[in-house]
Each structure stands twice: as structure tokens, then as C-alpha cells.
Ligand binder design. Sequence first.
Ligand code: GTP
Length: 385
Amino acid sequence: MQLEVIGVGGAGCRIAEAIRRSDPAEHSFVADAFAFDTDSASRVGLEAIPDSHRHRYGETSEGGLDGNLQRGLAVGEEYVDELSRRLDAGSPSVADAFLVAVGLGGATGGGTVPHLVGNLQTLYDAPVYVLATLPARRELEPPPGNDGRADADGHVRPMAEENAVRTLDRLDGLANAVICFDNESWLKRGETVADVRDRLNRELAARVAAFFSATADAGGGADGAAETIVDASDVGRILGSGTDVATIGYGTQRVETDGGGSRFGLGLFSSEPSVETSEAVSAVETSVGKALRGKLTLECEPANASRAMLVVGGPPAWLNRRAIADGRRTIESATGSSEILGGDAPRPDGEDVFAVVVLAGVDPVSRLEALRSRTRPLDRGRRDA
Ligand SMILES: Nc1nc2c(ncn2[C@@H]2O[C@H](COP(=O)(O)OP(=O)(O)OP(=O)(O)O)[C@@H](O)[C@H]2O)c(=O)[nH]1
């Protein structure tokens, strides 16, 4: 599956860059990556995205839109056709899907992405998935000495939660699905998003890449090719088309390989034993367990997911068929859903067994409910005033 990855706003551009960097050469899923921003500063440091695919728009001041979503929506509406035309530098008409990355909470991404997603849905047949970060609570509170206004380096964004909810509401019915990454739960004590954003983006990109690169595999089971590949239509079935929320879990387990990536092993694909079956089973079980019960990109109850996908990858000799089938049953019983798809991703040169779990159609999500309940009273207050 080949994606057009489009980053909008500061977070979106940096995440698109991180995804481009994580795109593996041999299982590349990024057809093109674009960076669109009103702020020229945030495009500094984008190296994996070529100049032809970066675009500053909106004739705003250097600092972007400073969290003013009303302005962001007006700018987005004005420039959406121009941005859509910019995509012609890539290959949007043959893409299997669009992945639009955005930091919910800002004005540039939040203002432009709903317009852009709507436009892409009109112009192309491929599904449009949004990859969205949720703002951390600590962004709302100014440190002592700050007067509470958004500051240029992105440490303080008083409107972040309200903007996030408004943007999610606008995306409803436009995006096929929204894959969420919750900045709050990925920060450690004392850290700010602005300080550790590169680490957050690498974590997110690693998950996105592990999942979508499995969809770029060749199938057939021979010569290290996947036995069960997941393709664009499988992804479409699981992520859905009703703007459902999705979250990604990822687990890895380091394994010993023979240097040649266990090409000679007794896995799905070959007959020469070099890996103990029990060890292979345990590595798959462990990575599936970590993916399901470790930190998700957005924390949720697996039982609230209506669909899921499991991809298990790694050196072929370690991909034990029975353990992978058991992993699928584990996901089935955790979600209570029978709509589970699975696939494998052999990586002859890999040193880890990995599992990616995508939980989709998740509802309710307590984090989103809390975000909405904190912002609704603000809305009511404003209407009453
Ligand atoms: N994970 C992650 N989140 C980020 C990053 N940068 C910002 N964010 C989050 O995204 C939200 C929006 O920030 P930006 O993307 O910089 O905002 P913008 O869309 O450019 O909008 P304006 O700056 O208001 O013009 C913030 O409130 C943060 O929660 C990043 O690099 N990684």
C-alpha cells in the first residue's frame, strides 16, 4: 500500500518528516511526503521532505497563527485549493490512501486539515486517514511569569484543548478514520511537548511505519515474502469510513539471529531448523502481549474497540504460525470482536520480533470524553455571555 503523507502545521510537518525517515527502503509505504505550514520556522530541520514538497502559505507572521483557530479556519478555506494543487508534485491520483498528520490544539493544522480532508475526499477515491496528536494538559498552564498567552516556542497554548475538540468535531464525517497519539500520556514528569517532541515523533513514526510497511510487502510466502499480507482494502476494512477513532500498540522482543537473519530457520517459510519452536512461540507471545497491554498511542479499553488488526513481523524463522494464530485469538478475546484481521511481515535482516495491534472503532475513549467535558462548559459559557 502506498500512502501520500501530508503534514500540516508545526506538529504535522515534523511528524510527516519522522514518518518519511522511518520509511524502510525495502518495504516503503510512503509514496510522497509533504509539509504545509503558515510558519516558516517549523519547516527548519525538515530534511527528508524535499523542497518541492514543502510549502509555506497564508501570508501570516513568522510565528504562524498562535492558536487562533477562527483565523486558521479562514486561512485554510482560502488556501485549500492551492495546497491540493501542490500535491500534484507527488502521485495523489494513484495513492492507496492519504495520511494527513496534524497536532490538534493549533490553529494552522486545526484550521486547514478539515478543509483539506474534505477536498481530498472530493478529488480522489482513496480513503483519507488523519493522524492526530492530542494536546497535553500542561500546555494550557503557563509557568510562573507567563501571562497565559501562547508563546512562540510552543510551551504554552491556552486554547489547545478547545481547539482540539473543535477540530475533531469538524473532521467528523470527513475523515475515514482518526488515528490518535496522546501527547499527555507519552510525556514524563517535568517534560514539555516542545522539549521532547522529536522523541514523541520518533515513537509515533515507528508505530506508523511498522504497521503500514507490512502493507507494502510482497505476498506468497516464498523467499521471505509474507504468507498473509495485509493490503489497502484490509486496512480500509479495519479503520472504517465513519471517522472512527483508532489507536496503535507496538511490542518488540529482541531475538538471536544467525547473522543472516535466520534465513535458514524453521519458521513459516523454510525447513532448516535453527530456532527452538518454544523460543519462537514465546517471542511472538511476548511481543503481542506488549503491543496489546503496553502503552497505546491513545490509551483505551481494548473491549471498546469494534475492529482490530494484528501484524507480527521479524526474522522469518521466528514467525511461528501457531503463535501468530494464538496472538489473533488473544486480540479477539481482549476486544470481544470477531472483526480481526492479521498478517505477517518477514524481515530477514531484522533482529526483533515485533507485533503491531491497531484497535479501531474505539468508543468510548475516556481521554476524549474528558477532553470534551472540559471544553463544553466553555462553549456554553460563551453562548450565554
Ligand atoms: N507529538 C507532537 N506534538 C506536537 C509537536 N508540536 C506541537 N505538538 C502538539 O500539536 C499542537 C499544535 O501545535 P502546532 O502543530 O505547532 O500548531 P499549528 O497547527 O502549527 O498552529 P499555530 O502554531 O497555532 O499556527 C500543540 O498543542 C501540541 O500539543 C510535535 O512535534 N510532536
